[in-house]
Design a protein. Structure first.
Length: 147
C-alpha cells in the first residue's frame, strides 16, 4: 500500500502543480489579450486545466494522510513535525485554490468587456495564484529539509 500512496501523492502533486503553472501562464496571456474574442479564448484554455487542479487538491491531502498513517501509525503523527508543517502548507494551497476557482469565474465574466475592472480583478487573481502555487514547492522543501 505504501507504494500506491506514494504514487498517488506524486501524481496528485504533479497534476496540481501543472494545472497551477498552466493557468498562471494563461493568466498572463489573458492580461495581454487586446480583443474580447482573444480574452474569452484564453479563459476557455484556463478552464481546461481546472480538472488537473481539482484532482491534485483531492489526491495530495488524502494520499499524504494515508502515507503518514502507513509510515508513522497516525494520520497526524504527534512527534513528526514536518508532517504538520507540510499539511499546513497543503491546506493553505487547497484554500487558495478553492478561492481561485471562484475568483477566476468572476474575472472570466468581465473578460468580454475588458477595462479597468477586469485589469484590477486579474491582478488580484494573479497574486492569489502566485501565493497558492508557491505553497506546493514549499511543502516539498519542508520534506527535504526536515525529514
Amino acid at each position: 500500500m505504501l507504494a500506491l500512496w506514494k504514487l498517488l501523492h506524486i501524481f496528485g502533486f504533479v497534476a496540481w502543480f501543472v494545472g497551477l503553472l498552466a493557468t498562471f501562464g494563461l493568466l498572463g496571456l489573458a492580461a495581454k489579450a487586446a480583443d474580447p474574442v482573444a480574452r474569452q479564448t484564453t479563459w476557455a484554455g484556463i478552464r481546461r486545466f481546472y480538472p488537473y487542479e481539482i484532482a491534485g487538491m483531492i489526491l495530495v491531502p488524502i494520499s499524504g494522510l494515508l502515507l503518514a498513517k502507513t509510515l508513522y501509525g497516525a494520520f497526524i503523527p504527534p512527534k513528526v513535525v514536518f508532517v504538520h508543517v507540510k499539511l499546513t502548507l497543503v491546506l493553505l494551497a487547497v484554500a487558495g485554490n478553492l478561492a481561485l476557482l471562484g475568483m477566476r469565474k468572476r474575472t472570466a465574466l468581465l473578460a468580454p468587456d475588458g477595462g479597468p475592472a477586469y485589469g484590477r480583478t486579474l491582478r488580484v487573481v494573479a497574486v492569489v495564484q502566485t501565493l497558492t502555487t508557491l505553497m506546493l514547492p514549499l511543502a516539498v522543501i519542508v520534506v527535504i529539509i526536515f525529514r
